[in-house]
Design a protein around this ligand. Structure first.
Ligand SMILES: Nc1ncnc2c1ncn2[C@@H]1O[C@H](COP(=O)(O)OP(=O)(O)O)[C@@H](O)[C@H]1O
Ligand SMILES: [Mg+2]
Length: 148
């Protein structure tokens, strides 16, 4: 039923809960799990840093830093899964771009049976029940979705 699961991660406690559920599901269904993380240089910096005194080198540095953070995040998340299910088959995908669009594109290009993700993430606006990425995925991805 759940041969291939997409697990979008952002390092939040919601995303950790999603990892717990995926570990259990993957054990039961012997699923292949693809962890995905999207990173992006804040738009404000991309557009304005150079004309307002920033430098292209500075933006590249930020981008490299975010890339390294993403690698570490994926490594931590995948080792958390392996601890609980040593035989699990895991792939990790790190992409530059808007998380919702990156997830949407992956679902369009590959055959997933399920997406498991957090209801909220690292965002600060706690008055909303769902975050912007989970809301985007709910509205755009044509794949069964399990929101934790
Ligand atoms: N950059 C990201 N890359 C991959 N998945 C993400 C990313 N950001 C959020 N997610 C996924 O979306 C879930 C909901 O997060 P989000 O909608 O961003 O809420 P919030 O607005 O509280 O940050 C997270 O728990 C995680 O599973
Ligand atoms: Mg977020």
């Amino acid at each position: 039923m759940f041969k291939k699961i997409l697990l979008p991660v952002d390092g939040s406690e919601y995303s950790s809960k999603a990892i717990d559920y995926v570990a259990d599901l993957a054990k039961k269904y012997d699923s292949k799990v693809v962890l995905i993380h999207a990173y992006q240089v804040p738009v404000e910096i991309q557009d304005r840093a150079v004309p307002f005194g920033g430098s292209v080198a500075g933006i590249v540095e930020i981008e490299n830093y975010l890339l390294q953070c993403g690698e570490r995040l994926l490594e931590k998340a995948s080792s958390g899964l392996e601890e609980r299910y040593p035989d699990i088959s895991i792939a990790t995908v790190l992409k530059e771009g808007k998380a919702g669009s990156v997830i949407e594109e992956s679902v369009e290009n590959e055959d997933y049976d399920l997406i498991v993700m957090g209801r909220r993430g690292l965002g600060a606006i706690r008055s909303y029940i769902f975050g912007s990425v989970s809301t985007y995925v709910m509205h755009h991805c044509k794949c069964p979705l399990f929101i934790v």
